[in-house]
Ligand binder design. Structure first.
Ligand SMILES: CC(=O)N[C@H]1[C@@H](OP(=O)(O)O)O[C@H](CO)[C@@H](O)[C@@H]1O
Ligand SMILES: [Mg+2]
Length: 554
């Protein structure tokens, strides 16, 4: 197919997807995300942008995912994925915003032409895109808009159908950097290659250790339900019963249920089990989010206290296991952990003092964590909310996969490391891959959740939202832990924090919601709540709080 850009064709197609005048779109931390009915023109244009990006990168395949993750079912969103499976490069986020906001069809053409000229894009280059969607009812209509965009810019598009976000990331990477698949539809291949890879790696990582008790998985009534079911079947086809998952909240066809009173975000924020799950002390459970790229684990202890094993706990488990294997193997590989300011203070202290591993703190948003993690041979990164993965550098992969002349013990450790490099989805945080590697570590250690949890005790913490007139006036530094503006506010926060044992609090504008977030922790829940609501009250009173002062603010 000749793939030159036909601007008249784009203009004609664009007329069917006029921009909604009153809306100002921003490609934020998680791409474009809002009520689904506002997104058609945006997604049409994202199809065009994907074509331009592919042409710019010498015909490499670009991924596009239509999802709004843990948001309510009525929302939707879209994000682009670069050829290696990473998030879209930052400069192009700006182009995405410009394209989405072009008012008329002529403006749109002008923006496209400026992107072409700024980037020296060869318009005649071949280009291709693969795209997928989650289970939201608005998905098919938005896919149709995307396909119109892809057609308008005359590039090849491959529809993967319903997939988890990490599957789309992995398949995009696969098409660009692995053997080209010989036959079969992309929709089927994107499942098969994924299941095959992770099922085999899981068996390698588990070895012949005895398996654990069943784990209940709350799939948030999202795409994780069918995908995990198939993945588990694939795993148990190789060796029956090695992974026993009981999937709940698996109804992907029922209106309004997606992420409703269930899912990783609900459990993490509310510190309680999802709808449909009453836990006994023996039960192990985990929750995915709506597009299956986050996971948190939990159980109730012998006092019937709910215990959450969040992203910080996953990072500690993974780092501890990998460090031990690296030591035993005798390989010269460094390990580092990357967190954000939301990581619990106890987890930070445990990593630095007990595991003696370097810990970096970066601004919120997976792309910052991912990039920082690339600086280590093995970079473990997790947001407290359960989104994260482990990256092995080319240097580390080379050492792990070509180590020779070792003792039996070293050999065993190296084999485990090799298995982990395959078991972990290194393109992006992946709830299903994370589930498998957590289970593999626990199986190797023969640990209960309680043993995993005992590494350190979380400091009580509280996250509060404050609605303000203009969140753009909040400027931070020091990986978002210190406010620079509004001037003088940080000093006042510091004075409050100083009144509490183990007190810590910081304030930052959200990148995904029109609110300012206040985080606080302290040695008791009572102190921590008091600190959080005092800081929230301070922000409300001194920095343009609006919509009524919530009664709990102090
Ligand atoms: C405190 C918190 O959980 N923040 C979330 C949230 O970002 P905010 O910028 O805080 O709105 O959404 C991001 C995208 O999903 C996620 O990466 C991040 O961890
Ligand atoms: Mg998600």
């Amino acid at each position: 197919m000749a793939q030159t850009i036909d601007y008249d064709k784009i203009k004609e197609a664009s007329a069917k997807y006029p921009k909604l005048k009153e809306i100002n779109y921003t490609y934020g931390t998680a791409g474009f995300r809002m009520k689904a009915e506002y997104l058609e023109s945006v997604i049409f244009r994202v199809g065009i942008l994907g074509g331009l990006r592919s042409k710019k990168l010498n015909s490499k395949v670009i991924g596009i995912m239509i999802t709004a993750s843990h948001n309510p079912e009525a929302d939707n969103g879209v994000k682009l994925v670069d050829p290696s499976g990473e998030m879209l490069e930052q400069q192009w986020e700006g182009y995405a915003t410009q394209l989405a906001n072009a008012q008329s069809d002529d403006d749109l053409i002008a923006v496209i032409k400026s992107i072409v000229s700024e980037n020296g894009i060869d318009e005649s280059k071949e280009a291709s895109i693969v795209y997928a969607r989650d289970t939201r009812p608005s998905g098919p209509k938005l896919v149709a808009a995307l396909e119109e965009g892809i057609k308008a810019i005359n590039v090849a598009g491959g529809n993967l159908g319903i997939k988890s976000t990490p599957q789309l990331h992995y398949f995009t990477y696969y098409l660009n950097y692995c053997e080209k698949p010989a036959e079969g539809s992309y929709e089927e291949l994107a499942d098969k290659l994924y299941y095959e890879k992770f099922a085999e790696a899981f068996h390698k990582a588990v070895g012949d250790n005895p398996c654990l008790s069943p784990i209940y998985i709350d799939a948030a009534n999202g795409v994780g339900a069918p995908k995990l079911k198939e993945l588990a079947e694939w795993i148990n086809k190789i060796n029956n019963n090695v992974l026993k998952v009981i999937i709940i909240n698996d109804d992907i066809n029922s209106q309004g249920k997606l992420n409703f009173q269930c899912g990783a975000d609900y459990v993490k924020t509310g510190q309680k089990p999802p709808f449909g799950l009453t836990l006994t002390t023996e039960q192990r459970a985990a929750s995915l989010d709506g597009d299956a790229d986050r996971i948190v684990f939990y159980y109730v202890d012998e006092n019937r206290t709910f215990r959450l094993l969040d992203g910080d706990k996953i990072a500690a488990l993974a780092a501890g296991f990998i460090i031990e294997l690296v030591k035993t193997s005798g390989l010269d590989i460094n390990v580092g952990v990357v967190q954000t300011a939301y990581a619990n203070g106890s987890s930070h202290a445990y990593l630095e003092k007990e595991l003696k591993v370097p810990v970096a703190c970066v601004p919120t948003g997976v792309k910052y964590l991912h990039h920082k993690a690339q600086e280590y041979d093995v970079g473990v990164y997790f947001e407290a909310n359960g989104h994260g993965t482990v990256l092995f550098s080319p240097n580390a992969l080379n050492k792990i996969h070509s180590a020779e002349k070792r003792t039996a013990e070293q050999e065993k450790a190296i084999k485990k490391l090799q298995a982990l490099t395959e078991l972990i989805n290194q393109t992006v945080g992946d709830a299903l891959s994370d589930l498998l590697f957590v289970e593999a570590i626990l199986i190797n250690r023969q640990w209960t959740f309680n043993q995993w949890n005992s590494a350190y005790t979380d400091l009580p913490n509280r996250l509060v939202k404050v609605v303000v007139e203009n969140r753009q006036i909040f400027k931070t530094t020091n990986a978002e832990r210190t406010l620079v503006e509004p001037k003088g506010l940080q000093e006042k926060i510091d004075k409050l924090v100083a009144q509490y044992k183990d007190g810590r609090s910081f304030v930052r504008p959200s990148g995904t919601e029109d609110v300012v977030r206040v985080y606080a922790e302290a040695s008791t829940q009572k102190d921590c709540d008091e600190l959080a609501f005092k800081v929230a009250g301070l922000v409300y009173d001194e920095a343009g709080g609006t919509g009524g002062r919530p009664s709990e603010f102090l």
